[in-house]
Design a protein around this ligand. Structure first.
Ligand code: PBG
Length: 323
């Protein structure tokens, strides 16, 4: 029925009806807060390009987690900055690795806070690439071995979920098998499936001290121009046993989120990455935008696009406002 019988403004005229017909509800259940942990005691290094975010030593990380948990944050994603790095990122597989220590400390105080560990080598290698270098490029199959070890070690430390972000071929299957062989068949894997070689990761690389020392990540992360390839990546990860698939970054890739949603029947996560966060913070500092409204609009749009779960540095700022 056309105008004047149909008038879409009728249901917009009252807050109650607007609330009744709202199609997308953002809730506390949807959000994951990323955190950075480093060695030491009492260390709280501000990350300049990400206002409100810090590299924290384990003791202060636990305090931060308590604060977040009391505000209603249910889940955190941990990234580690180790004391020493090595060529293959083996330091990430140690029993007393920085994320392993952090996980044990958090779980002791807050057993119900859901702890997800990012699995990748870039924070742990001297060259800053996501795997072992052979003949000038990241070698796929030897990298799988360290990723499997890292995952098992993190599982032993008590994480609730493993999230591989390296973009090696076959890593989900390899990690699944490594976990299963070590009695962790119930450990979920959230795979960074469609992870693009993005300039939006700039601030994160300062935060995690993980910038590549030569070249770039274009030989393993996806070309931002591609969308059909994202479907192949997601399909492979599902086939290899991923429990949740991820699209990353989020905002320039809302079309990819929607396409994955329409193609597969599996929970989807999107990563609202560091550069997306920093742009909002910078514009807000200048007084050019309303930070709170923009943040809610951005996160709602990611959910509307089809994401069930959102990883976002904004989580700590807006969780209070959500149910
Ligand atoms: C590690 C990793 C990166 C991010 C998450 N895991 C960086 C990268 O691939 O260079 C980026 C997160 C962000 O920008 O917030 N591979």
């Amino acid at each position: 029925m056309a105008f004047p019988i149909t008038r879409l403004r009728r249901l917009r005229g009252n807050e109650v009806t607007r609330n009744m017909i709202r199609e997308t509800q953002l809730t506390r259940n949807d959000l994951i807060m990323p955190l950075f942990v480093r060695p030491g005691k009492g260390v709280q290094n501000p990350i300049n390009s990400m206002p409100g975010n810090f590299q924290l030593s384990v003791d202060l990380l636990v305090e931060k987690c308590k604060e977040l948990y009391n505000k209603g944050v249910q889940s955190v994603l941990l990234f580690g900055i180790p004391e020493h790095k090595d060529e293959h990122g083996l330091v990430a597989c140690e029993h007393n690795g920085i994320v392993q220590q952090a996980t044990r400390a958090i779980k002791k105080e807050l057993p119900d806070l859901y702890v997800i560990a990012d699995v990748c080598n870039c924070e742990y290698t001297t060259h800053g690439h996501c795997g072992s270098i052979i003949n000038g490029d990241v070698d796929n199959d030897s990298t799988l071995i360290t990723l499997g070890k890292q995952s098992v070690s993190l599982a032993e430390a008590g994480v609730d979920m493993i999230a591989p972000s390296d973009m090696m071929d076959g890593r989900v299957g390899h990690i699944r098998k490594a976990l299963d062989d070590n009695d962790f068949s119930n450990m979920p894997i959230m795979a960074y499936s469609a992870k693009y070689a993005s300039a939006f990761y700039g601030p994160f690389r300062d935060a995690a001290e993980s910038a590549p020392q030569f070249g770039n990540r274009a030989t393993y992360q996806m070309d931002p121009a591609n969308s059909n390839e994202a479907i192949r990546e997601v399909e492979l990860d599902i086939f290899e046993g991923a429990d949740i698939v991820m699209v990353k970054p989020a905002l320039s890739y809302l079309d990819i989120i929607r396409k994955v949603k329409d193609t597969f029947n599996i929970p989807i996560c999107a990563y609202n990455v560091s550069g997306e966060f920093s742009m909002v913070k910078a514009a807000a500092e200048k007084g050019w935008i309303d930070e709170n409204r923009i943040t809610l609009e951005i996160l709602t749009s990611i959910k509307r696009a089809g994401s069930d779960i959102i990883i976002s540095y904004h989580t700590q700022d807006i969780i209070d406002q959500l149910k």
